[in-house]
Structures are given as C-alpha cells and as structure tokens.
Design a protein around this ligand. Structure first.
Ligand code: SF4
Length: 143
C-alpha cells in the first residue's frame, strides 16, 4: 500500500461521511418546518430583536367600573352641576330640583354596578361618582 492508496481510501471514507451527513441535514430542516409544536423562539428561525410581540393597547377601565378615578367636588364641571358625593349635603335652596331620595345610584345616567359604592356616569366620562351622590342633571331611572 502506498501513500496514494491511503489517501484514496481516506477520501472515500470522508466522502461517505459527508454524503451521509448531508442527507441528514435536509431531514432535520424538514422536521423544523413540519408544523411541530416548537415555537419560533425555540428553533431560532424567526427570533430576533425585531420579532417581539406588538404592544398591547392601554386598557381603559369600563364606565361601570369603580376603578375609575373618583370625581372631585372641586372639578369645574362638578361645581357647575352642583355635584356632591353625599346627596344629603345638597343645598336645597340653591338646587330646587333636588328631592330627598335622589341618588346617583338611582339616576338613569349612573353606570355603576348595583351595590357598588362608586360608578361611572354619562355626564362625567372617565370619572366615578359616588352611589350616594347627586348633581342637578339627575334623572330618575325608568322603573
Ligand atoms: Fe349622579 Fe346622575 Fe348626576 Fe351622574 S348625572 S352625577 S349619576 S345624579
């Protein structure tokens, strides 16, 4: 056996190994694309700094939610409409429409859930009014 024979034999072994490995690579690639349950982040095929999920829109509390910020009696619109957190403190002389028993919680414009202490109001969007409050836009709920 001379050097040429050895190198031919080594070349044949090398080519066998390479051709066998080359056949495995496409099979592995097919496995990655065959719809198996791996996420793109697992395979690394689509991951990257630009592939982060889109930002979620800021959630706004629903009008009936008591998580809305409470309306301040000092709010300009609240003052203009004589809003009070406690209807029993309404100045009857200045607000002749007020009748005892009129409360935000039984006003047609109240958006709070029954039994909640605070709730939204159609007149003060984005704010919660007190269930025991009142303003001069009060309209009785239809029974
Ligand atoms: Fe209360 Fe009705 Fe006035 Fe809203 S409109 S603040 S619910 S009385």
């Amino acid at each position: 056996m001379n050097n040429n024979d050895v190198s031919k034999s080594d070349r044949r072994k090398f080519l066998k190994l390479v051709s066998g490995s080359a056949a495995l690579v496409p099979l592995a690639a097919l496995g990655a694309c065959s719809g198996d349950k791996q996420s793109p982040a697992d395979t690394g095929s689509e991951s990257g700094p630009q592939s982060s999920p889109p930002p979620k829109p800021a959630k706004e509390a629903p009008a009936g939610s008591s998580s809305l910020p409470h309306l301040s009696e000092d709010n300009a619109q609240a003052k203009a409409l004589a809003y009070r957190h406690d209807a029993t403190t309404v100045d009857k002389a200045a607000n002749p429409r007020y009748e005892p028993g009129q409360l935000c919680s039984n006003c047609a414009l109240y958006l709070g859930k029954p039994g909640s202490d605070w709730g939204g109001c159609s007149i003060f969007p984005g704010k919660a009014v007190n269930a025991n409050g009142w303003c001069n836009v009060y309209a009785p709920k239809a029974s």
